[in-house]
Design a protein. Structure first.
Length: 405
């Protein structure tokens, strides 16, 4: 059998071009086949879940914060009403006193002597009156018998009347001396807390003037006197006239007090009156509120700020403070979920704070869904899953067990 001669190395290295094209095609098909047999691509993530609160119109009181000072309801200056040497002080400075409590004692010796002298003068006048009346009665019987003249009878009647007048005069002098003797004991005119004594024992008081001895102030309740600009008053009255707000019923306006350290006073107060005139030098209207002060925490002269409820807005739009973001220019924005569950950035105009909420003057309407939780997870235009605040929490789906796969 005839064998084929062996091919040279050059001949073995030559490959037909068609074979090269076929090999390249096979190499391109193999990765695609491998990819189809591998795991599928992961699904798109679900929409972010956010908590929303549906905007509703609420009844909110229109409040104004105004500065003022605490004043005592009653203030009495204790003064010496008679002259004399102060013998002793009978009260503790800074203590509570009752009306009629003894505070000071002025030397009563002179007033006691004057009182006794007035008593003696009254006794003498009453004796003279008795004698004069007896003579007048006798003259009356004698004139009827024509034993004395009519002139003598008239003189006797006049003497009796003068004696009666003298008795009345000495009684008045006795009352006056009794008052002076009583004024030697200085008593508290009102209930309240007394301050420091303005004089000491041994001082001459009441000489030519009524010397001030101490001051008593009633501290429960107390007044809070404050002012409001006439501009604010006009603005409120225009809002009432336009029907935007309703005025409070008389006697129902409540006042909350903020103390100097920023704390809130625990007892609410009530507005007593608003002045009917404007101070021409300041353009302010004076107001007064009354607060209970059982713990004596409020002292006269103390500075405070009062939040006054002046009217009620029945259709106020509010949002939680955490739902509003302040912008650099002073404005504010809120993220709202639209009907197709997309996030929309809404510019809003904020009013005053009411508790933990902001009053929204512009930018929101009842029915808008405002995002209050999950703000950091979304951006405007994103699709989200909105869950109403206060809705029951749905349990998260449990992952299947590895043994069940």
């Amino acid at each position: 059998m005839k064998s084929n001669p062996p091919r040279s190395t050059a001949a073995r290295s030559r490959v037909h071009p068609a074979a090269l094209l076929l090999g390249a095609a096979l190499l391109g098909v193999m990765p695609a086949a491998c990819n189809r047999s591998g795991p599928a691509a992961p699904p798109a993530p679900p929409p972010a879940e956010v908590t929303v609160q549906t905007v509703k119109a609420e009844r909110v009181a229109v409040t104004t914060e105004l500065p003022g000072r605490i004043d005592a309801v009653r203030v009495a200056e204790v003064r010496a009403r008679v002259p004399g040497i102060l013998l002793k002080r009978t009260f503790v400075e800074g203590a509570d006193v009752k009306a009629g409590d003894k505070l000071f004692e002025i030397d009563p010796a002179q007033f006691q002597a004057n009182y006794q002298s007035a008593q003696a003068a009254l006794a003498k006048a009453e004796a003279n009156q008795k004698q004069a009346q007896a003579l007048a009665d006798r003259a009356k019987s004698l004139v009827e018998a024509e034993a004395v003249s009519k002139q003598d009878y008239d003189n006797a009647e006049a003497a009796a009347a003068q004696a009666a007048a003298e008795v009345q005069s000495t009684k008045a002098a006795l009352s006056n001396s009794s008052l002076s003797l009583g004024y030697a004991t200085v008593t508290a005119p009102i209930d309240g807390r007394i301050g420091r004594a303005l004089v000491t024992e041994g001082a001459l008081v009441g000489q030519n003037e009524s010397t001030p001895l101490a001051t008593i102030q009633q501290l429960d309740p107390v007044y809070f006197d404050f002012t409001q600009s006439s501009t604010d008053v006009l603005r409120l009255r225009r809002a009432v006239a336009a029907g935007t707000v309703k005025t409070m019923e008389p006697g129902t306006a409540e006042v909350t007090l903020l103390l100097e350290d920023g704390s809130k006073y625990s007892h609410p107060g009530k507005l007593l009156f608003s002045d009917i005139s404007v101070d021409p030098s300041t353009g302010m209207v004076a107001l007064r509120a009354e607060f209970p002060n059982p713990d004596r925490l409020l002292l006269p002269g103390m500075f405070a700020r009062g939040r006054l409820e002046q009217a009620v807005n029945e259709q106020t739009i509010t949002v939680p403070q955490r739902a509003a973001a302040r912008a650099a220019g002073g404005g504010a924005t809120a993220l709202v979920v639209t009907a197709d569950n997309k996030v929309e950035a809404r510019s809003i105009v904020l009013g005053e704070a009411v508790g933990d909420k902001w009053v929204v003057n512009q930018g929101l309407q009842p029915g808008d869904r405002v995002i209050i939780e999950g703000l950091q997870k979304v951006r405007p235009g994103a699709v989200v899953k909105a869950v109403e605040a206060g809705s029951p929490v749905q349990p998260a789906p449990t992952a299947p067990n590895a043994a069940q796969k």
